[in-house]
Design a protein around this ligand. Structure first.
Ligand code: 3AM
Length: 178
């Protein structure tokens, strides 16, 4: 079995810029800069034959290159608790189209539909054990954060091995955009 997700990899400079945001919230688990990514579709554990089908389905996608901008800080909450902290991506038409194409391609080969609405983001930290007032302070303090637009020229199939502390993500296949 292999654990997979489809995402946009980020340029090194952007990762460095994002990593400068890390810190200052006791209890938060910060994502290692090399693990920053923008998930288009979480797939989960699949058999190897299935992974090959996923690869073929993704390779058949035709979509144009586009520019991506990250701006603002957001959180995801569950039962009134902030689970994670992220930098939001601007939900442009081109990004939404690419995500929809990935979703359609994966449903076509029989994967269960993703039920959650696409909210493009780059996770900075897991915060279910973080100090709430520090979290609030962080979100307020960085609300104007904005990164220079990046050129998205491919998307990537990642495998993920869960570790004790951090997951280990490996870019398995890159799919060029036209
Ligand atoms: O892109 P982010 O960091 O928000 O939390 C995992 C990470 O999200 C998420 O998939 C991304 C790459 O690992 N993830 C992990 N397990 C998941 C699940 N069961 C999941 N997303 C949905 N369902």
């Amino acid at each position: 079995m292999v654990r997979l997700f489809v995402a946009l990899a980020l340029p090194a400079l952007l990762k460095t810029q994002l990593s400068a945001l890390s810190g200052g919230i006791p209890g938060a688990k910060w994502v290692a800069p090399e693990n920053y990514h923008l998930t288009l579709r979480f797939i989960g554990e699949v058999e190897h034959w299935r992974a090959e089908e996923v690869d073929q389905a993704l390779a058949a996608i035709r979509a144009p290159r586009f520019e991506l901008s990250l701006a603002g800080i957001g959180t995801f909450e569950k039962a009134g608790r902030v689970q994670s902290l992220h930098v939001a991506a601007e939900r442009t038409e081109a990004l939404a189209r690419l995500q929809a194409k990935v979703e359609t391609a994966l449903q076509r080969i029989g994967l269960e539909p993703e039920r959650r609405r696409f909210a493009p983001h780059v996770t900075l930290a897991r915060t279910d054990r973080a100090e709430t007032h520090k979290l609030v302070e962080f979100v307020r303090g960085h609300s104007l954060f904005r990164a220079e637009a990046m050129a998205v020229e491919h998307f990537t199939l990642f495998s993920s091995r869960l570790g004790k502390d951090q997951a280990h993500y490996v870019p398995e296949v890159e799919y060029e955009l036209a």
